[in-house]
Design a protein around this ligand. Sequence first.
Ligand SMILES: *[C@@H]1O[C@H](CO)[C@@H](O)[C@H](O)[C@H]1NC(C)=O
Ligand SMILES: *[C@@H]1O[C@H](CO)[C@@H](O)[C@H](O)[C@H]1NC(C)=O
Length: 343
Amino acid sequence: MLTSSLLLLASLGTGLAQAQLTLDDLYLNNAPSSPRPYVIPHYANSHAVTIDSQLYRFTVTGPSSGYAFTLMSTNAPSSGSLGVLPHIHRKHYENFFSFKGRFQLWAQKGDNEQQAQILDPDTEMVGVIVPGGFDVTGTFSMPSAQTIPLEQTLRTFLNQPIAPPRPAQELPQSLLDFNPRRDLINGTAPVGDSDWHTAANDLGTPGQPYFIANGYGPKYLNSQHGYQIVQPLVSPKLAQDTNYTLSTLTISRQTKDNPPQWNLAGAAAVEVLEGVLSIKIGDYPVAQLNMGDVAFIPAHVSFTYYCEAAFTKVLYVRSGTKGVDQQLICGGMSWDFVTFPKY
Ligand SMILES: *[C@@H]1O[C@H](CO)[C@@H](O)[C@H](O)[C@H]1NC(C)=O
Ligand SMILES: *[C@@H]1O[C@H](CO)[C@@H](O)[C@H](O)[C@H]1NC(C)=O
């Protein structure tokens, strides 16, 4: 009798512990030091660092994603000068996404990459770096797991891109003397026939920088649960050595009855670009994410999502090559439009 009531108490205890998970437990101000489900609201502190007039926030860090990827945002006023000096990434893939406003980014073929100048007052640039962590100066590789204070990292990254030690042959004089092109026509410094904002943009070739204008890349329509349009920005074959994908998902209003349950081998994050996303991660209650809010889903944690707004669009980053985006593409069809059919 005693034993069974103890057992009963024990099982009640477990039940209570789970039932007690609240949205307050899910919502954080800063990315945690190891992977767990979390949501960071737009403009939360997110390890904010100010460098001159640029404000960097880190919603997913190396440690918080198990070094799968970093998700960051940069807010800055318009400026005529380069925000970041020319540099090279040896190991990391860096993706720039215009969340709002306008910025200019210079990328050269080969190893040299230069960025970025902020053009409009209310600009927010979202960056995805894979694998997680920062490869500090870009001129020499640093293990992504190495801990260095973030601000120091960024200062090094931003101000001393050509820091020693480095083999002398690695940075050509042309990079040190870099003077970006300013002969922009229709928003691009054209090389040959430019299709920037005038024609379809494909996903490029592995190892080369490429640009996709908003809405001009490939699109796929999935109709398995409401309508979802996947616009891949990084496909599995483009990032074979780093093993990740990046896409936007545009989602129609859906019924909240039995949304598909996902449980995937790789970590993922979503950032809402437009509309409202309802997401349930593990045993936490359903969270409603608005524009700029970020949710992180660790590997092997089940989640569901649905949208009650008529039109919701999110940026989706996923470690591995079989994420929600790729599975929706597999179950969908090629599609020419950024919106879904009438429903
Ligand atoms: C710039 O855009 C306009 C309008 O789309 C087009 O007519 C013109 O040919 C473009 N110029 C160049 C150099 O691409
Ligand atoms: C790619 O990532 C997935 C998810 O993180 C992982 O399960 C898989 O083993 C990785 N594959 C390679 C080749 O690293």
